[in-house]
Design a protein around this ligand. Structure first.
Ligand code: DAH
Length: 342
């Protein structure tokens, strides 16, 4: 108990030394010296001691009580006289500024596309990043031995189906969600699907193992090439300005027929030719085409009744063009010097 008293004394004096205002002083009084304070509590325990001890400890307790009260009154007087420097709050000091968070350039471009397609009546859908081999390839007209699979080398999971084949893959494209959404919603259907994709790339300034795409599909009776062309024209003008022109050149994608590369007039040189468009005047931006009948069938839609268009934008590429970003690897770098610019 003596130890307890000594500790209480030391704690009180130490805290008293830090008093800068009367609120704090009042708190100390309540905590240590009031009727329910710590000193009273200890003194209440005296009655449990033997007579001799009680006298000895009681004397010490009283001594400490007097000392603490005297010190308390001293400090209280000094505070009132102003000889203790009161805590000053300068309300004119500027506050602490918190760093603003901000959206990544990929998200900015994605939001822009989502706004546009929303206004055209498209749903915005999502799909799994870990995809089955079937949805990612087979259902899109790329059966296991198809050479087109080579264009999209990727990461398989160490998991086999009953036939002993690897059946789970980090999706290489957002196209598998075409099939998933056809199966879920049927026709007619208008949707875009933004999302993250993965490929086993030898990375460089233009290739990255993790990147983003926005897929789009529109399925109805009598959808034809002119719908595709006008839709892509609208997107180009929204992204790169009113004068932007579109040209479509044949390109093979297994899930569309005919398949195309959509190219826009270079927004930097207005089609005259510059470094960004490699002096062609055109920027390759989007893969697109009319959905292959087999793909519609895989999605449970009858190609004799319905037809559809599909397209896929590379979001990283769009953001790179729009914000003049020279290296695709910056997106995943976590480098604040890069990210803070947006
Ligand atoms: N999925 C293709 C790719 O990653 C892009 C693409 C091309 C999507 C044509 C489409 C399309 O929907 O019709 O290379």
């Amino acid at each position: 108990m003596k130890n307890k008293l000594e500790k209480l004394r030391a704690d009180f004096l130490q805290e008293l030394g830090q008093v800068k205002n009367s609120e704090y002083l009042r708190e100390l009084e309540l905590k240590y010296l009031s009727r329910k304070g710590e000193l009273s509590l200890i003194m209440g325990e005296l009655k449990d001691l033997s007579v001799d001890l009680r006298r000895e400890v009681g004397e010490l307790a009283n001594k400490i009580k007097v000392e603490l009260q005297t010190r308390f009154e001293e400090v209280s007087r000094q505070l009132a006289e102003g000889s203790i420097k009161k805590e000053l709050i300068d309300v004119t000091l500027p506050g602490e500024t918190l760093a603003d968070g901000h959206l990544s350039p990929i998200t900015l471009v994605q939001n822009e596309l989502e706004d546009l397609f929303n206004s055209l009546g498209f749903m915005i859908l999502d799909g799994p990043e870990l995809e089955s081999d079937y949805y990612n390839f087979t259902a899109l007209n790329m059966p296991p031995t198809h050479p087109a699979r080579d264009m999209q080398d990727t990461f398989y999971l160490d998991h086999k189906n009953k036939e002993g084949q690897y059946d789970l893959v980090m999706r290489t494209q957002t196209s598998p969600v075409q099939i998933r959404s056809m199966q879920k919603y049927g026709a007619p259907l208008k949707a875009i699907i933004p999302g993250r994709c993965f490929r086993c790339e030898a990375t460089d300034a233009r290739h990255e193992h993790t990147f983003y795409q926005v897929e789009g599909i529109m399925i109805d009776k009598n959808i034809n090439f002119s719908h595709l062309k006008s839709l892509l024209e609208i997107v180009g003008q929204r992204l790169f300005g009113a004068g932007t022109k579109l040209r479509m050149r044949p390109k093979f994608f297994p899930f569309v027929e005919p398949g195309n590369n959509g190219e826009y007039t270079c927004f930097l040189c207005q089609g005259k030719g510059c470094r960004v468009c490699k002096y062609t005047g055109w920027l390759e931006i989007v893969g697109a085409g009319l959905i292959h009948p087999d793909v519609l069938r895989a999605g449970g839609i009858d190609p004799e009744v319905y037809s559809g268009l599909a397209f896929g934008f590379g979001l990283n590429r769009l953001a790179m063009l729009k914000y003049n970003i020279s290296d695709v690897r910056l997106f995943n770098s976590g480098d604040l010097k890069f990210l803070e610019q947006f």
